[in-house]
Design a protein around this ligand. Sequence first.
Ligand code: V47
Ligand code: SF4
Length: 362
Amino acid sequence: MLKAIEEKVYSNKRISADDALYLYQTEDIFSLAKMASHLRKIKNSGNAYFVINRHVNPTNICVNRCKFCAFSRSKGEEGAYELSIEQIIKKLKPAAGSGQNFSEVHIVGGLHPDWPFRYYLDLLSSIKREFPSIAIKAFTAVEIDYLSKISGLSVEDTIAQLKKSGLDLMPGGGAEIFDPSVRNALCPEKISGESWLSIMEAAHKQGIKANSTMLYGHIESIEHRIDHMMKLRELQDRTGGFQAFIPLKYHPQNTEAGGFESSGIDDLKTIAISRIVLDNFDHIKAYWIMLGEKVSQIALMFGADDLDGTVIEEKITHSAGATSKEGMTRQELVNMITRAGRVAVERDAYYNHIKVYDRQGI
Ligand code: V47
Ligand code: SF4
């Protein structure tokens, strides 16, 4: 069976769900790495991307309270916080003023029970006014659905209003695992997988490029993961609106769902299989915050071509026990990539090249 799958991959043919299942079952991770690297090379040659960015989470107060989320709090609970627009602008100033070619701000947060739609519009327009050259990648499909409910607007009009205020791109969070049985068990309050996909389709139609994710390593089966990837591949065939796929490694600490961390082998297989299945995606991101530096470096040999960015402040994974740093400098990212044998390419939010670093690093 592996031979037949290899034949498909090396002749640029699409693999099936059954093929993907077989790849998860194989112990031949070397053949897996070779196939994924072949495809990565065709799409991105020897480049490994990173971006100078900053994450901001406006609030951790959330009405959903997913069982895998250690970041969220209920209103009034100890540790709950809310950032004003001024506080967010203040957080962005050092990064923006550092002369570092700051490219992207990534904004996701809890579903706040009281904030008005205006807060989100004003947040976007204030950031655009202060930092016109920074791309704003904000609000998951789950947040867009919530904003449409609080504003009374359709999803399409909600996206249009946000876009008019400065929204450039959307992050890929909130996808989790699309299968309803997993969603009902872990995040019953969250929008369905179908709604997540249809909101993304609506965003793509308005020219908003987005990422996609899959939270893995909790209660889902391998079949659920493959079904998730297949649904993303189908939508991407229709819209071409996804830039990257990011497998998100579940971190169990301080969560209601509990459990264990996935193994390094599972992490690498998931990167490689996603590279092979998602043949219509340009980029597979090994999110170093969740995978850690070492596994992310090896992921570059298993089909990944992007490590995300400087991040600066990370709350979601660190609330759940991540042991990685909260942020990295440009120099650290370049070194991490070049020491793994790839060409470090600093990109902007749309994967335009900003600077290519030679193998010596900075
Ligand atoms: O939607 C929540 C996940 C996501 C945990 O688009 C957890 O470029 C692990 O989507 N362990 C938010 N993961 C993060 C995200 C993201 C990150 C970096 C880049 C991009 C991008 C997107 O984090 C949530 C949820 O799926 N999450 N709890 C946890 N305990
Ligand atoms: Fe809220 Fe998102 Fe955490 Fe779920 S994952 S509780 S929607 S912040």
